[in-house]
Design a protein around this ligand. Structure first.
Ligand SMILES: *Cc1c(COP(=O)(O)O)cnc(C)c1O
Length: 387
């Protein structure tokens, strides 16, 4: 398992357990020890091999970085202290003052603010594009454009973007295609296999999967990831060794967790689609989802995220959430516990009801992050709350 070349040929469930870990010698621990140290004894007479947690090169960071790179089939990965830290460092390594970034309009609220407030204050121009507008990307390209930034599947609408035409466009124009695939995890989507150049994850979500660690990751070529690592070092976006150790532990079960979440979410979506109290169910695994064909082509599973629109609007949604017994009202997603949230009180709170409706998030819209509980118990919980 110590050879990177060998790990490339193994299947994802095996990689999730073993990739990135040191050779298994007699007496070596099966679980990676936690090196909760900020200082490591240095070789005399050279600066080579200097270890320091902020450099992202201490043992717990190295193991988890190698494991993530193997799972996303990337040359290299760097782990950061949050998903936002990952996005910030990934873009700082790509863009300079005077450059132009094309970004999907349908992205995580924090990312949108990072682009439109922080990057613009550094002299980087950003244009938000409706990713479903025909030729929308091409029309807004300029000679200063350096990269295209998208999220797929989209938070919270669960739309899926087709990477094939987008990567064709970016390669033809010499742009970098950056994909935040937090919603999918590498079990369901590996964007690099579909022409993306850079992958970003909030490891806080599916990758760790237990609602107890913050982290992020950037993946791509070794030379690009090294540039991202330099940004991480300078802007101090590094994770603590304990967060890396926890993340490694979470990743061991990534494959079984995500597959169960996929199954549960599909069953719930199918059940909800038959209920008159629910006006719409947004789940890429349903045949009437607008991006179902793209999802079938591009993804290995449809994900653990789905969205419901209740026929009774906002008041019905509040009533529904109050009556749930298993599924809890909490932000964040991707973990073992099922959670529900209303975007009008979280990511979309700064918009008016009309603006939200125009973005596909009308009042009565609920985002469901499906966990590992028994699907029938979750359905019974939803049925009870609908009455
Ligand atoms: C949560 C999230 C982020 C931000 O990650 P943090 O770990 O909270 O910093 C970025 N993108 C998506 C799609 C997310 O869901």
């Amino acid at each position: 398992m110590s050879s990177t070349r060998r790990t490339r040929t193994l299947a994802l469930p095996t990689l999730a357990v073993h990739a990135g870990e040191p050779a298994h010698d007699v007496d070596s621990p099966v679980a990676t020890p936690l090196y909760q140290s900020v200082s490591f004894v240095q070789e005399i007479g050279t600066s080579d091999g200097l270890l320091y947690p902020r450099y992202g090169n201490t043992p717990n960071a190295e193991v988890v970085q190698k494991k993530l790179a193997a799972l996303d089939r990337a040359e290299a990965a760097v782990v950061t202290s949050s998903g936002m830290g990952a996005t910030a460092c990934a873009l700082m390594a790509l863009l300079r003052p005077g450059d132009h970034l094309l970004a999907s309009r349908d992205i995580y609220g924090g990312t949108q603010r990072l682009l439109t407030e922080e990057l613009t204050s550094l002299g980087i121009d950003v244009t938000l594009v409706d990713p479903f507008e025909a030729r929308g990307w091409r029309k807004r390209m300029r000679k200063e454009t350096r990269a295209v930034y998208i999220e797929s599947p989209v938070n919270p609408t669960c739309r899926v973007l087709d990477l094939k035409p987008l990567s064709y466009l970016t390669h033809e124009s010499g742009l970098a295609l950056v994909v935040d695939s937090t919603f999918a995890s590498p079990i369901n989507l590996r964007p690099l296999e579909h022409g993306a150049d850079v992958v970003i994850h909030s490891a806080t979500k599916f990758l760790n999967g237990h609602h107890d660690v913050m982290g992020g990751a950037v993946l791509g070529t070794a030379s690009y990831v090294e540039e991202v690592r330099q940004k991480m070092i300078m802007w101090g976006q590094v994770p603590d060794p304990f967060a890396c150790w926890m993340l490694e532990r979470g990743l061991k079960t990534l494959d079984v967790r995500v597959k169960r979440q996929n199954e549960n979410a599909l069953r719930i979506a199918q059940w909800c689609a038959e209920r008159k109290e629910i006006r719409a169910v947004h789940y890429p695994g349903l045949e009437d989802h607008p991006d179902h064909e793209v999802a079938v082509d591009q993804m290995d599973g449809f994900g653990g995220m789905l969205a419901l629109e209740l026929s009774g609007g906002g008041r019905a949604a509040d009533r529904f959430v109050r009556k749930l017994r298993i599924i809890r009202h909490a932000p964040s997603l991707g973990g073992v516990d099922s959670l529900v949230s209303e975007p009008r009180y979280t990511s979309h709170t700064h918009l008016t009801s009309e603006e939200r409706a125009r973005m596909g998030v009308p009042d009565g819209f609920l985002r469901l992050s499906v966990g590992l509980e028994d699907a029938a118990d979750l359905i019974a919980d939803i049925e009870h709350a609908l009455h």
